[in-house]
Design a protein around this ligand. Structure first.
Ligand SMILES: *Cc1c(COP(=O)(O)O)cnc(C)c1O
Length: 412
C-alpha cells in the first residue's frame, strides 16, 4: 500500500480566464464554518440570504434564482435541461465555450436515434449552429438574421466568450428573441460580476447561468448562479426533463423556492455544504458592498492599462472583454505561444493559451484590480518575453502604465 505525503499546492497568480483569485474573506468564511449538516437552521438561513443577495447581484425579480452546486458547466446543465429531444434550437458559437454549449445543446436536443448514431458528438437535425469566426463578436444583426430565418423554440449564446475574449451583443440577442418568439438562454459564466448589467433588462432571455470562480470571486465547486423566468419554468413544467439533481424546479427547493414562491426555508433536495454556503454568502456580500457597477468600472480601468502596456510590448490585442486580454505575440515570437505560456506557468504565473485554434495568449485580471497587481503582471510578462529572446521597449511599457496610473505614483 502506498500512502503519499500530504498534497502541497503552491500559491500561484491566477492571471488567466478563470478560476480567478478567490477573495481572502471568502476563504476565511469557508475555513471558519462550523461542522453542520445541510438542514441546520443557519445553513438554511444562509441559503435564503444567498438567494436574496444573488437576485440583487443579477438584477432580477425572478423567483427561480439560486446556486447550483459545482462549476459553470453545472449551472449550464441546469439551464439547458429544459431543452428536450427534438426541440428546435439556434446556437451561436464564437469560441471554445460557446462551442461546448453547442455540444450540450446537441446532446439535449438529439432524439434517441440521433444520440445513438453519434453518442459523443450528436448532430440533431433540429439544432442549427451559427458559427461566428474566432475573434469576432455575435452581433445583433447576426442574431436577428438567424432567428428570423429559423424561428426556433430556443436560442442560446455566451454573453462573454472566454475562449476568444469577445463580448457578445446581449441586447441585440434579447431583442431578436423577443421579436421572433424564441426563448433566449445565456451562458453568463464569465460576465457576471465583471460586466455591469441587470438580467431583467433583457426580456427575451429566459435562462441565465454563471459560475462561482470568475467574476463572483468564490471557490470553484461552491455555487454556480442561475436564474429563470416564470415563462421558462412554465415551459419546463409542461414538458418535464429527465434529470433529478439538475432539475431547475427540484433544485430550487433547497433554496426555499417551492411551487414558484419563496418559502420560509428550504426542503431537502440533496446534501449541501455549510462551507460552500458560507463562502458563497461572503462572495455575494463582497460583490454587493463593492457594487456591480463599481467592479465593472474597475475592470474597465485596469484592463485598459494592461492592454496599453501589452501593446507597447508589440502584442496585438484581439479581445474586448474587460477581465481578459487575448493577444497575438509580436512577429519575433510568433509560433512560440505555448512555450511562452509554459515558461510563465513554470514560475507560478498562471496565464493561459487559447484552448482551440488559433493559438493565442490569454491574460486575465479576475480579482486583480490594483495598480500593483497589474504592474506585477506586466513586469512578469515582459521578463518572460525577454527570456525567450524578444526585445521589450521598457520605457514605452512604463509610459503606458504611467498614462493610466499617473507618473507620481509610478515614480515612488
Ligand atoms: C469558464 C467558462 C465555462 C465553464 O465553466 P467551468 O466553471 O469550468 O465549469 C463555460 N462558459 C464560459 C463562457 C466560461 O468562461
Amino acid at each position: 500500500m502506498t500512502i503519499f505525503p500530504p498534497l502541497v499546492i503552491p500559491q500561484t497568480i491566477a492571471a488567466g480566464p478563470g478560476p480567478g483569485n478567490t477573495d481572502a474573506r471568502v476563504l476565511a468564511r469557508f475555513a471558519g464554518a462550523g461542522l453542520a449538516d445541510h438542514m441546520h437552521p443557519d445553513v438554511l438561513r444562509g441559503m435564503i440570504e444567498c438567494k436574496q443577495m444573488l437576485r440583487e447581484v443579477m438584477g432580477t425579480k425572478n423567483v427561480h434564482t439560486f446556486g447550483v452546486a459545482g462549476t459553470g458547466w453545472s449551472g449550464l446543465d441546469v439551464m439547458f435541461s429544459a431543452v428536450m429531444p427534438g426541440d428546435k434550437v439556434v446556437m451561436f458559437v464564437n469560441g471554445t465555450f460557446s462551442g461546448i454549449d453547442g455540444l450540450t445543446v446537441r446532446m439535449k436536443a438529439a432524439t434517441a436515434d440521433e444520440l445513438a448514431a453519434n453518442p459523443m458528438d450528436p448532430q440533431p437535425a433540429s439544432v442549427i449552429i451559427i458559427d461566428v469566426p474566432h475573434g469576432q463578436s455575435v452581433t445583433g444583426e447576426i442574431a436577428e438574421k438567424a432567428l428570423a430565418e429559423h424561428k426556433p423554440k430556443w436560442a442560446a449564446m455566451a454573453h462573454s466568450e472566454t475562449g476568444s475574449g469577445r463580448v457578445n451583443d446581449i441586447k441585440g440577442f434579447s431583442d431578436a428573441c423577443e421579436k421572433h418568439g424564441a426563448m433566449g438562454l445565456v451562458d453568463a459564466v464569465s460576465s457576471l460580476g465583471v460586466e455591469d448589467f441587470s438580467i431583467d433588462d433583457y426580456p427575451g432571455v429566459h435562462g441565465w447561468a454563471s459560475c462561482p470562480q470568475k467574476g463572483i470571486c468564490c471557490l470553484p465547486l461552491t455555487y454556480a448562479p442561475v436564474s429563470f423566468t416564470d415563462h421558462y419554468i412554465d415551459v419546463l413544467k409542461s414538458t418535464g426533463t429527465r434529470t433529478f439533481v439538475h432539475h431547475p424546479i427540484m433544485e430550487a427547493r433547497h433554496w426555499g423556492i417551492i411551487d414558484g414562491k419563496d418559502s420560509e426555508k428550504g426542503v431537502y433536495h440533496r446534501t449541501h455544504s455549510a462551507y460552500a454556503v458560507a463562502a458563497f454568502h461572503e462572495a455575494l456580500r463582497i460583490t454587493l458592498e463593492q457594487t456591480v457597477a463599481q467592479r465593472a468600472a474597475d475592470y474597465r480601468f485596469h484592463e485598459a492599462a494592461l492592454r496599453d502596456a501589452l501593446s507597447a510590448m508589440g502584442c496585438e490585442i484581439t479581445s474586448n472583454m474587460t477581465s481578459l486580454v487575448v493577444l497575438n505575440l509580436p512577429a519575433e515570437l510568433a509560433g512560440r505561444e505555448m512555450e511562452l505560456v509554459q515558461h510563465c506557468r513554470a514560475q507560478n504565473f498562471g496565464i493561459w493559451p487559447t484552448l482551440s485554434e488559433p493559438v493565442q495568449v490569454r491574460i486575465g485580471i479576475l480579482n486583480l484590480l490594483t495598480q500593483s497587481a497589474i504592474t506585477d503582471i506586466v513586469t512578469r510578462f515582459a521578463q518572460a518575453m525577454r527570456d525567450l529572446g524578444a526585445t521589450v521597449d521598457q520605457e514605452a511599457v512604463e509610459a503606458a502604465l504611467d498614462r493610466h496610473y499617473g507618473r507620481a505614483i509610478a515614480a515612488e
